[in-house]
Design a protein around this ligand. Structure first.
Ligand SMILES: Cc1ncc(COP(=O)(O)O)c(C=O)c1O
Length: 359
């Protein structure tokens, strides 16, 4: 089976983990600090704060930005649930705005209509590795005094008009889950240019401590371990190479599949570097496709099978929304393998299988 994702862990990552295990610094220590510096540098951000996951990064980011009870957070319904769950963690209400059907990212045109007196922040997601329309969204944020947070969990290394994601909004959050463009096992990172946000984020991720045993605000244990950071430091050095492979693989798939009228290949905006966390096409009869491709030994994924507001949790909370493009996309999207471990032979097998879909 060609897997839908496959993390690349080589001898250098393994050796670095062994070094940490021998050092005695197993929890947050010098490796976390080194990883934060390297990540801030990579994303052209002033500060980077490592966390235990992408989810905790989002939670900390909203807390540090002062978003809380009674506030509204505008976001996309077409993402992993962690994006809007972060609003729920801090007692805020997620408000869903429909997506652009070409890019699958939040449609800036819908944002202004969703703004109320209670709106405090916008969380955009750079879905599948393609940056959201940040210029437009930043303008809206500035006009209305809203904090713009990038959920860059799927977009490490992506560029928007030549600028790195992670430096486009007021705060950005990354995930290093094993399916992501780089991994630390579990892990996350917050980037920001705002000194106060960075300081608060450091406190919130570690029990709200201003110094040892001085708890000044409510915090959590959302720290990254040095074991994870050691993997991240090595992976970050390989990120551009991994992304180049993803892009090459995506281009090869598109060259060979775009002429087929029963499949819609991904759209890439002008002047962006889409880093293809996922290569997601649209099809009809998705269930038949899934059964067929898996039968052909090709792993596939559905990102995502329903808009977040259709999750039972959100329905129970009465967080309904009307986002027809997200509904349609959630019925049609199908992700094919695009990760950097694929061989030419794997890619040709995927193309062959799609070309020979029995319908
Ligand atoms: C868009 C998005 N946001 C947030 C997350 C949460 O990250 P994590 O799994 O590291 O908590 C993920 C990934 O899982 C994601 O894809």
């Amino acid at each position: 089976m060609i897997p839908i994702a496959s993390p690349i862990i080589e001898n250098d990552e393994i050796q670095e983990v062994v070094n940490v295990l021998r050092s005695g610094f197993l929890a947050q220590g010098p490796k976390v600090e080194e990883f934060e510096k390297a990540f801030a540098n990579y994303t052209n951000s002033r500060h980077a704060v490592a966390t235990s996951s992408g989810t905790s990064a989002l939670h900390v980011a909203l807390s540090a930005a002062g978003v809380g009870k009674g506030d509204e957070v505008i976001t996309t319904p077409f993402s992993f649930a962690a994006t809007s769950n972060a609003a729920l963690y801090v007692g805020a209400r997620p408000v869903f705005v429909d997506i652009n059907p070409l890019t699958y990212n939040i449609d800036p045109e819908g944002i202004e209509d969703a703004i109320t007196r209670d709106t405090k922040a916008i969380i955009v997601v750079h879905l599948y590795g393609q940056p959201a329309e940040m210029d437009h969204i930043k303008d809206i944020g500035e006009d209305h005094g809203l904090i713009v947070i990038e959920d860059a969990a799927q977009a490490h290394g992506a560029l928007y008009h030549g600028r790195k994601v992670g430096s486009l909004g007021d705060i950005a959050c990354f995930s290093f889950y094993p399916t992501k463009n780089i991994t630390t096992g579990e892990g996350g990172m917050i980037t920001t240019d705002d000194e106060d946000i960075a300081r608060l984020a450091r406190m919130i991720r570690s029990h709200g401590e201003s110094e040892r045993y001085e708890h000044v605000i409510l915090g959590y244990n959302f720290r990254m371990t040095d074991i994870a950071a050691a993997i991240g430091i090595v992976q970050l050095k390989k990120l551009d190479k991994f992304n180049d492979r993803r892009i090459e693989n995506a281009e090869y798939l598109t060259e060979n599949l775009e002429a087929l009228d029963y499949i819609k290949t991904p759209y890439v905006m002008d002047d962006v570097k889409h880093v293809f966390h996922q290569y997601t096409v649209r099809v009809e009869n998705r269930e038949r496709w899934i059964e067929y491709l898996r039968g052909e030994g090709i792993g596939v994924g559905v990102h995502y099978p329903r808009p977040i507001y259709r999750q039972p949790l959100y329905e129970d909370l009465g967080l309904v929304a009307d986002c027809p493009e997200a509904e349609k996309a959630s019925r049609e999207v199908l992700s094919l393998p695009v990760h950097p471990s694929l061989t030419m032979d794997d890619l040709d097998r995927i193309i062959d299988a799609v070309e020979n879909f029995p319908g």
